[in-house]
Ligand binder design. Structure first.
Ligand SMILES: Cc1cc2nc3c(=O)[nH]c(=O)nc-3n(C[C@H](O)[C@H](O)[C@H](O)COP(=O)(O)O)c2cc1C
Length: 210
């Protein structure tokens, strides 16, 4: 499942029953979190008006971002990937369920908060849960897209959904049954040898023979 759980960009309009969404979250909740604090919170949006508003907000961030990444795309393959992502962005309101994964900030154990670089650990206790949602969706025959662009305008989302102070947006995840004609299950990733080293960073690549 891990090898084939790519981002779904094309969905059927069919509704997703609550019991299926419940099962997804019921499996995903076994994710690890720092101190087992389980600070994730989820808003499940099915209402068409709310989805339209979220889709509009998403486009607000997507459009300038698209311009930027198109300018930097040098290959046809990359341009095609942007085309798919763009079609997805323009269809967000039609995707039957929007999951908004939030984090109760008071639960996060941010061990690198005092360093001068940006925090990496900050979101770690929530994205384990987010990844489990992706896998749990595949288990149910659902497709899903993990997106974070909306986090740039978190305040608008907070107002729309009534998120209280101290709760932040971690991911906006539209989900539904994938369009079987346009389902991509071939993920492309770098091989282990390119990112894992023996004994020191940048040292001998880890291969299968020792
Ligand atoms: C942290 C994170 C944030 C992402 N944010 C977005 C996003 O805002 N919009 C989007 O269309 N895709 C988003 N993606 C999806 C990635 O573009 C996608 O995973 C990547 O291109 C690999 O494609 P694949 O999942 O289909 O193999 C995000 C993925 C991750 C892990």
């Amino acid at each position: 499942m891990m090898r084939t759980a790519s981002t779904t960009r094309y969905f059927r309009p069919d509704p997703v029953p609550d019991d299926v969404i419940y099962r997804v979250l019921d499996n995903a909740r076994f994710a690890p979190s720092g101190g087992n604090r389980q600070g994730w919170r989820v808003v499940v949006v099915k209402d068409a008006e709310t989805r339209k508003k979220l889709a509009g907000m998403y486009m607000e961030v997507w459009e300038p971002y698209e311009e930027q990444i198109r300018a930097a795309a040098t290959t046809q393959q990359r341009q095609r990937a942007i085309d798919r992502t763009s079609e997805f962005a323009r269809s967000v309101d039609q995707i039957p369920v929007h999951l908004l994964v939030c984090a109760d900030l008071s639960t996060l154990l941010v061990t690198d908060a005092e360093l001068s670089r940006q925090s990496i650990v900050g979101g770690a206790s929530v994205y384990t849960f987010v990844q489990n949602i992706i896998l749990a969706c595949r288990n149910e025959g659902l497709g899903i897209a993990l997106t974070t662009l909306l986090c740039r305008i978190e305040d608008q989302v907070e107002e729309l959904l009534g998120m209280p102070d101290g709760v932040g947006l971690a991911a906006f995840m539209p989900l539904g049954y994938p369009d079987p004609e346009r389902l991509v299950t071939k993920t492309s990733r770098r091989p282990v040898e390119e990112f894992a080293f023996r004994e020191s960073f940048g040292g001998q690549p880890l291969g299968v023979s020792s």
